[in-house]
Design a protein. Structure first.
Lengths: 288, 319
């Protein structure tokens, strides 16, 4: 599938473009924004102009100035520093949760597809039932029960989105499982772990990664929603959702303190959507 | 529409699955809230309580019974409309819920009445003139609304309608509405926000459903025979897309459940979701359980309805 065209009339270098792995401009902008936020999440804490929790301005809901690039919050803390630090929580928690959800979901999905039988039926039914709980509600109930902390948030968000990842991976793996090369491998006497690792996984990897990106967006949205309700990341720490909540009083003043964290969330989720929507079809739809 | 015994069997099977799902969901809700927090009696009485008092309360509340027995008791109670008493103010949960549920349903009803016609026409138009500027504007707008959190849609509409234009109050009170104008003003902000969230989903799904039908060979055939674009969509494609569209409508209405939690909190609207978020803050478990069940039941009914419409409208799913 990834071979260069056989036509000899025109020689083509095996560049990403000619192989069908090129990104269009929308995708590139999306990727650039994602990389930007990833760098901010990794290194943001060392470039904050002010200490994150420090009250630097006696005025609250200050406007944009050369001293405070994004204004100040309801206590007079520097919003720019807090947004940089918030990236760490929003991106970090969402990334940890989505990795966990997709790893477990994809592995279980592949096992279910390869083994089949009652294991498949039982697991699919059970996980479908969990899909019957609205995501934000599930988060609310768990947080009500055990209180909110970062490990709880990661595990809860992972638990919410694991069934979806399972269903997606299973549907793809069931298709691959019927293909000849898998039958041949089975006839050779390969064991289930080998089949999953070497026959199924490489062939569903592209779509699974695209699905991971979309799930990441959903997790960011639910995490921000929980934080906005005051049930996510707890003060004095704040992710972007919590920053919006803290400064919601400033909304009627049109304070930058409530606008910039919102822009941060939107730019992250929209850029991931842009990137995934414009992935080269070779990566996204390889299983089809 | 042919209604063979197989169809009814499939519908019955779907209902059965929904019922089993409901049992599993209630199991999850009960155990998430009952088992994890440790000792409810201790929380209720506070740190200063003597061990004897805690033990006494535990016995009085039936907490020393096995968990599975309490679960069955709770479930049968729910089925009979007996939801227990609130821990915080010792009022029957049913009494607390009554008016709130009515408020939430009214909000959801108004949103549905507004959303469905608007979203359907926009979705069908976008599909009809696919690739036109109208389609591009609609698609970009829906994707933007879908990829930002619900509270941002809410804060943005406050910013636009209440702060900049100064047309509407930022908060909704919902209770003391005497005139039509007051009612309109009280409901406007929550309704606008929820409508945006729900119709974005609905437009996207409707557009996808209609496009899928337009791409089938028989619709292309109609175009080749010389039918106009409008006729092709309205006469040939739309009747066959009705099933998927109805499915899309039911599915997107299930987004009301998530959206309503945020919207009621933002606008201080006295509905079930606001009640539940407050109950989470005070850890009022019976109240949380009942509210959670209300949401799960409405969510499940909508998704089940969507599936049943799909089964009834698509003969290929019956085999």
């Amino acid at each position: 599938m990834t071979m260069t065209p056989r036509t000899k009339s025109k020689f083509r270098l095996p560049t990403p473009h000619n192989l069908g792995y090129a990104f269009n401009w929308t995708g590139r902008i999306g990727l650039a924004l994602i990389l930007f936020w990833a760098l901010v999440a990794l290194f943001g804490r060392w470039v904050t102009p002010y200490p994150v929790g420090a009250i630097v301005d006696w005025d609250y809901f200050g406007g944009i100035s050369t001293e405070y690039w994004m204004g100040t919050d309801y206590l007079g803390r520097d919003i720019f520093s807090r947004v940089l630090m918030g990236a760490r929580y929003t991106v970090g928690i969402a990334l940890a949760a989505v990795t966990l959800a997709c790893t477990i979901g994809v592995v279980l999905g592949m096992i279910a597809a390869v083994i089949g039988g009652w294991f498949d039926t039982l697991l699919s039914r059970l996980l479908d039932a969990f899909n019957g709980i609205p995501s934000l509600l599930f988060g609310l109930v768990v947080v009500a029960a055990v209180g909110s902390s970062i490990p709880v948030l990661v595990l809860t968000l992972a638990a919410i989105y694991m069934p979806g990842a399972y269903r997606f991976a299973r549907a793809l793996a069931v298709n691959i499982n019927t293909m000849d090369f898998v039958t041949v491998a089975r006839a050779r006497g390969e064991a289930t772990p080998y089949l999953i690792r070497h026959e199924i996984l490489p062939n569903i990897l592209g779509p699974v990664l695209a699905d991971l990106g979309l799930r990441f967006v959903f997790i960011v949205l639910v995490l921000s929603g929980l934080s906005f309700l005051g049930l996510g990341v707890q003060p004095p720490n704040a992710d972007w959702g919590a920053l919006v909540r803290e400064n919601i009083e400033g909304l009627s003043l049109g304070a930058p303190a409530v606008i910039f964290p919102s822009i941060a969330i939107a730019s992250l989720t929209i850029s991931v959507n842009m990137f995934i929507d414009n992935l080269p079809t070779k990566i996204r739809d390889r299983a089809e | 529409m042919l209604r063979s015994p197989t169809t009814w069997f499939l519908v019955g099977q779907r209902l059965g699955i929904a019922f089993i799902t409901l049992i599993i969901v209630s199991f999850a809700v009960f155990f998430a809230t009952e088992l994890l927090p440790g000792d409810v009696a201790q929380i209720l009485l506070g740190q200063a309580a003597t061990p004897e008092a805690v033990a006494g309360l535990r016995e009085a509340m039936g907490l020393d019974e096995p968990a599975i027995q309490r679960f069955i008791g709770w479930l049968t109670g729910l089925a009979q409309g007996e939801m227990g008493r609130s821990y915080v103010n010792n009022i029957d949960v049913a009494d607390l819920l009554g008016g709130r549920l009515q408020n939430s349903l009214r909000l959801a009803g108004i949103v549905t009445v507004i959303c469905v016609p608007v979203a359907l026409s926009l979705g069908i138009l976008a599909a009809m003139f696919r690739g036109s500027w109208m389609d591009r504007v609609v698609s970009t707008a829906t994707i933007s609304v879908i990829s930002v959190p619900e509270f941002m849609v809410a804060t943005l509409s406050v910013l636009i309608f209440a702060v900049w234009l100064d047309w509407l109050p930022a908060l909704s009170y919902g209770v003391d509405v005497d005139s039509l104008g007051a009612m309109l003003r009280a409901y406007a902000m929550p309704v606008i926000t929820l409508s945006f969230v729900v119709s974005a989903q609905m437009i996207r799904m409707t557009r996808a459903a209609v496009i899928e039908t337009i791409e089938t060979p028989y619709v292309e055939m109609a175009l080749l025979k010389g039918a106009s674009r409008t006729r092709m969509v309205l006469v040939h494609a739309l009747p066959n897309a009705l099933g998927p569209i109805a499915n899309a409508v039911a599915l997107s209405l299930s987004y009301l459940v998530g959206g309503v939690i945020i919207v009621e909190t933002v606008f201080n609207y006295p509905g079930v979701a606001k009640l539940m978020v407050d109950a989470v803050a005070t850890r009022d478990l019976p109240l949380i359980q009942s509210c959670a069940m209300i949401f799960c039941v409405s969510y499940l009914s909508l998704t089940t309805l969507a599936d049943m419409i799909a089964i009834l409208s698509n003969p290929r799913l019956r085999q």
